[in-house]
Design a binder for this molecule. Structure first.
Ligand code: SF4
Length: 196
């Protein structure tokens, strides 16, 4: 039986001013698998992370949902909190109720609150379906083939060379580098390093 912990962040006024956080916490508590649903001012702070670590141990959680900002901001922070508490870090789900709710529905608190509840329900469901993942290292052959000489092709070729790929084959599809972009006037075409 899944045992999920839900941790809802205020982000100071960033979320709390536009989402009814206590109502969201109460709604999450209604989900059968949710064993703890709590709120905190700044979930990424040390006390916030400690709250998660303690709950994992105390409630024998099998997965964690943090409802806060974009995973780009703090997914790594929360994954580490899970690891430190002895849980596989990939059993974390982040519900982005800041950028996807409070920031885009500032004039409609009811809608922002309802959407936050939905995002959390989805994150809980996904966290239950998640499997433990383990990082592995695999040897990589540093060779690449880039097809196309448009902006994306030029960029891919350049990055490949920058990252130490000794061999990078570059296959142009159109007669000139830059693809469609080079035909625009004035052309902001950036000159790529020569292909090898
Ligand atoms: S976890 Fe994200 S939403 Fe919460 S306080 Fe930190 S930055 Fe703000």
């Amino acid at each position: 039986m899944a045992r999920v912990g839900v941790f809802v962040c205020f982000c100071g006024a960033n979320i709390a001013d536009f989402v009814d956080v206590p109502a969201v916490v109460a709604e999450a508590k209604k989900i059968k698998e949710v064993k703890i649903s709590v709120e905190y001012k700044y979930m990424c702070s040390d006390p916030g992370q400690q709250m998660i670590r303690d709950a994992i141990v105390q409630h024998r959680l099998t997965s964690v949902v943090v409802a806060a900002c974009s995973p780009r901001m703090h997914e790594k922070t929360f994954r580490k909190a899970l690891s430190d508490a002895g849980m596989n870090p990939y059993l974390l789900e982040v519900a982005n109720i800041r950028e996807h709710s409070s920031w885009v529905h500032q004039k409609d608190k009811k809608a922002a609150t309802e959407k936050s509840c939905d995002l959390i329900r989805m994150a809980v469901a996904k966290s239950i379906a998640n499997e433990q993942l383990h990082e592995i290292s695999v040897p990589v052959t540093k060779r690449a083939l880039v097809i196309g000489g448009g902006i994306a092709g030029i960029q891919a070729h350049w990055i490949s060379r920058m990252r130490g790929s000794r061999w990078c084959w570059w296959r142009k599809v159109l007669p000139s580098e830059g693809g469609w972009h080079s035909w625009m006037k004035p052309s902001p075409l950036w000159i790529a390093p020569s292909a090898s």
